[in-house]
Write a protein that binds this ligand. Structure first.
Ligand SMILES: Nc1ncnc2c1ncn2[C@@H]1O[C@H](COP(=O)(O)OP(=O)(O)OP(=O)(O)O)[C@@H](O)[C@H]1O
Ligand SMILES: [Mg+2]
Length: 360
């Protein structure tokens, strides 16, 4: 178990800024995920922690000791890569044994540790196979076993599941999470898949353009996004500008509404409201205080678990709603008018400037 602290990490490639003053504290034994769009600096940060390249400024501490200037092989970290990076000419057993051989661990101990590890990642039956005789998921299990067998203080994983098919991704992420928990190893995991990040992590760090936007538990990041970027990147959201009627009252989608008490907004200062598709109710009673507005149903998409609706509120463009397919598939047809019901409690408000910080 190890506490990892990143202090004011900066990194540029020539003129391209990749990390701008990143400071993070990653609790010992936690599963910590870096989440963000392509190019936001996730891999750059992970490689700096691994020691594959040097940050321009700042330091990295493990249990209070600086590792920021040590070579990669002195840092006591294990890394799992997106493209598996297994040695093609070595058997499964020898791939996993590789790091222990390098560390000059006695041969009997190597055999025992590798066999144990192969059992743990469910590759014990395949120890003699060569990598080209394995599926992608099995190759990534080698990657995982190879990183864990050296008993590193910190495990780093850079999009380890992104080359696998959807079903395998879900299976393997469950295995990764339970392995991480049984080993109690501090893990820093990179993904651009928000569902993966929410499902697997103790804490999620959302990044954008080399800057940390928010760090929090999955529930917090989803339900209390720090700003508009987080609200739009993590899960789906409808954004609607807040407007004001002639009498000076607030309106949304052309309807008057009640704002949360103390919300720091006023006419003339841009403000944007958000509501998640699952909170846009369609033709349903809403027991609490809610905004009601008519819309035309433009498109329905059945995904199995849910029915995605694209609805148009006259003068306000398209919005998305998610409804239960069992109750609605027969009843809802494109072209018909539906009533949208949005509970006031399900609306968040953000400043309308570039920062887009959450106000409510
Ligand atoms: N070796 C390099 N030389 C120049 N620019 C680089 C280099 N590596 C990364 N960059 C740039 O630095 C920024 C951050 O890249 P990084 O690879 O860390 O992003 P990422 O979040 O891992 O993206 P992805 O999800 O696509 O893997 C990007 O703008 C990228 O183009
Ligand atoms: Mg990357």
């Amino acid at each position: 178990m190890a506490l990892v602290q990143l202090q004011n990490i900066k990194k540029s490639y020539g003129k391209q800024l990749a990390l701008k003053d990143v400071s993070l504290s990653i609790p010992s034994g936690s599963f910590f995920t870096l989440l963000g769009p392509s190019g936001c600096g996730k891999t750059t940060l992970l490689r700096a922690i691994a020691g594959f390249h040097q940050q321009d400024a700042g330091d990295i501490l493990v249990d209070g000791l600086s590792i920021g200037r040590l070579g990669a092989n002195q840092r006591d970290v294990g890394m799992v890569f997106q493209d598996y990076a297994v040695f093609p000419h070595l058997s499964v057993f020898n791939n996993v044994a590789f790091g222990l051989v390098q560390q000059k661990v006695p041969a009997v101990d190597i055999r025992q540790r590798v066999e144990e590890m192969l059992l743990t990642v469910q590759l014990d039956q395949l120890a003699a196979r060569m990598p080209h005789q394995l599926s992608g998921g099995q190759q990534q299990r080698i990657g995982l076993a190879r990183a864990l067998v050296i008993r590193p203080k910190v495990l780093l994983m850079d999009e380890p599941l992104s080359n696998l098919d959807a079903k395998l991704r879900v299976d393997l992420r469950r295995d990764i999470r339970s392995l991480q928990q049984s080993f109690g190893i501090t893990t820093i995991y990179v993904t651009h898949d928000q569902e993966e990040a929410l499902s697997i992590s103790d804490q999620v760090c959302v990044m954008h353009a080399g800057i940390v936007q928010q760090v929090g538990a999955p529930w917090t990041v989803y339900n209390r996004p720090a700003n508009r970027f987080v609200a739009s990147f993590v899960g789906a959201n409808n954004f609607v500008p807040l407007a004001w009627d002639a009498a000076g009252g607030p309106t949304l989608l052309g309807q008057p509404l009640q704002l949360p008490q103390g919300l720091p907004v006023r006419a003339g200062v841009p403000c944007v409201a958000s509501v998640r598709p699952e909170n846009v109710l369609v033709n349903q009673p809403q027991p609490g205080a809610a905004l009601r507005v008519d819309a035309i149903l433009r498109q329905t998409m059945f995904t199995g678990r849910e029915l995605q609706l694209s609805v148009e509120v006259a003068g306000h463009g398209l919005m998305e709603a998610l409804v239960d397919p069992l109750e609605n598939t027969m009843a809802l047809k494109p072209g018909q008018t539906v009533q949208l019901v949005i509970g006031y409690d399900d609306i968040l408000y953000f400043s309308g400037d570039d920062a887009g910080v959450r106000l409510s």
